[in-house]
Design a protein around this ligand. Structure first.
Ligand SMILES: *Cc1c(COP(=O)(O)O)cnc(C)c1O
Length: 486
């Protein structure tokens, strides 16, 4: 395994390959190996199961990996959300929780951390990302307004719709093609934004909802040039830009690696510059910020802040705790600072690429190039015999669990849900199964085991049939839907 290229090496391929990412990246020969910038102080035993046990567990869970008990799971790649290992410093921070109802000291630590690393003026903590999405959507969307975004995210779009907004996808076309190797597949297509303004007028647009990286597109990054252009566009039309900052640190890594002029810059600097082109952000701190629970929304406008601060007491708790314990805010403040360390982020994304590199070598079809937080297997190419309505990605997640006890997640037609007006399935072009890597949790040997299991399932792909949905909840159905084998 090798270094993700940085510095001059990164720059040269950006210029010579028309912004395409070469397949050998992360596997360069002749360079020394890197290792994680930490060692392990405490371990948590894992359970290993046999195939009959897994078959029983999968049937009981209705072939939905969200409904498995975690004790029946061996390597858990369901999500990188709230599954990170905290550092000894963060655990020490838990002991200095100031559990006052109002004005907790830990809130002020968190506020300083967000101002320092993200650069926004006013902070409102929330229990997790969707709490923040609820507040910003209610504050900034008038019923009937459009909310353009660079690909939907499940909870984000639902909160925008519940506030009366209409989500419109304005991501570049390349993002919908799993084999396109463009370096910044998360970019917004400004032509699509122009068309939206032309059709409806600027006052019918609530704001631009910018995700960086883009989870549903495979953890693909947005370039600094793109967010800068968005800022100019927003100023011209009087439209605000709000950032889903959930994985903005990972996004900064790709800018450092791929974008001209950023090779020598620190991740922390790049992150702050990126945020400076936006009017505010919401955050699931359970991802980049290395905590098990927590989130926030932060803005530069005092008026918007006043509204958010007022609403948070209705839905989450007082504005100096937002549904969190003081100790949680302390762990988040420390985790925020740790998350922007260059060594940390390089090892984090390096591990994702290590796994992806093995699968690339074996010809397993996946979303390319490899993104920040996960490997997304391309279920359409994996199971060409299955129709999208046979739930190919859901089937693949079930097969991986049956093979080895590793738990993954569907990101295809089940996650996309239904159009509330027509009642039809949303049919996304991407039908993916996500192998999400928790931060600082698993070793390289675990990645080897995962890769070998994917290979085994790939070798048996021809005999596999799909699933049918037998129970469908109304909201965010992927969490609780149940299936049966066809
Ligand atoms: C996880 C996530 C959210 C929602 O955050 P929660 O903490 O799960 O409520 C929002 N946006 C993106 C991109 C996410 O990955």
């Amino acid at each position: 395994m090798g270094h993700p290229p940085t510095g001059a090496a990164a720059l040269s391929y950006v210029m010579t390959n028309k912004h395409e990412v070469p397949r050998t990246m992360g596997q360069q020969a002749g360079r020394r190996s890197w290792a994680e910038p930490w060692k392990i102080k405490m371990v948590e035993p894992l359970t290993m199961t046999d195939r009959p046990t897994r078959e029983r567990a999968m049937a009981e869970a209705g072939y939905n990996t969200f409904l498995l008990r975690s004790t029946d799971v061996y390597i858990d790649l369901l999500t990188d959300s709230g599954t990170s290992a905290m550092s000894d410093r963060q655990w020490a921070g838990m002991m200095v929780g100031d559990e006052a109802y109002a004005g907790s000291e830990n809130f002020y630590h968190l506020e300083t951390a967000i101002q320092t690393y993200y650069g926004y003026k006013y902070l409102v903590p929330t229990h997790q990302g969707r709490g923040a999405e609820n507040l910003i959507s209610r504050t900034e969307i008038k019923p009937g307004q459009y909310v353009p975004g660079n690909m939907y995210f499940t909870t984000t779009r639902l909160h925008q719709e519940m506030a009366g907004g209409i989500f419109v996808d304005v991501i570049c076309d390349e993002a919908h093609d799993p084999t396109n190797r463009n370096a910044f597949k998360g970019n917004v297509d400004l032509g699509k934004l122009d068309a939206l303004v032309k059709e409806h007028g600027a006052d019918k647009i609530a704001y631009v909802s910018l995700g960086a990286t883009v989870n549903m597109a495979g953890g693909q990054p947005v370039s600094m040039a793109n967010v800068k252009a968005l800022r100019t566009w927003g100023d011209k039309h009087g439209i605000k830009i709000y950032l889903d900052a959930t994985r903005a640190v990972e996004n900064a890594f790709f800018i450092q690696e791929r974008e001209t002029g950023y090779a020598g810059r620190k991740i922390a600097e790049i992150l702050k510059e990126f945020c400076s082109y936006t009017d505010g952000a919401w955050m699931s701190a359970k991802k980049d910020s290395l905590v098990n629970i927590g989130g926030w929304v932060a803005v530069n406008s005092w008026e918007v802040f006043e509204e958010l601060r007022n609403l948070v007491v209705v839905f989450e708790g007082l504005h100096t705790y937002g549904g969190l314990a003081g100790r949680d805010m302390e762990a988040m403040a420390i985790g925020t600072a740790e998350s922007v360390q260059d060594d940390h982020i390089r090892a984090r994304i390096g591990q994702v690429r290590y796994l992806g590199g093995l699968l690339e070598k074996w010809g397993v079809p996946m979303m390319e190039p490899i993104g920040g937080h996960a490997i997304f297997l391309d279920a359409r190419r994996f199971y060409p015999q299955l129709k999208q309505d046979d739930f190919a990605a859901q089937t693949l997640a079930a097969q991986l669990y049956l093979d080895s006890g590793i738990r993954t997640m569907e990101r295809g037609i089940v996650s996309a849900g239904r159009n509330a007006k027509t009642g039809d399935h949303y049919r996304p072009k991407l039908e993916l199964t996500r192998l999400t890597i928790p931060r600082r949790v698993y070793t390289q040997a675990h990645m080897d085991v995962v890769a070998e299991s994917v290979k085994a399932v790939y070798e048996q792909r021809e005999s596999v049939k799909g699933l049918k949905m037998v129970y469908e909840p109304k909201y965010l159905r992927f969490f609780q839907a149940r299936f049966e084998p066809l």
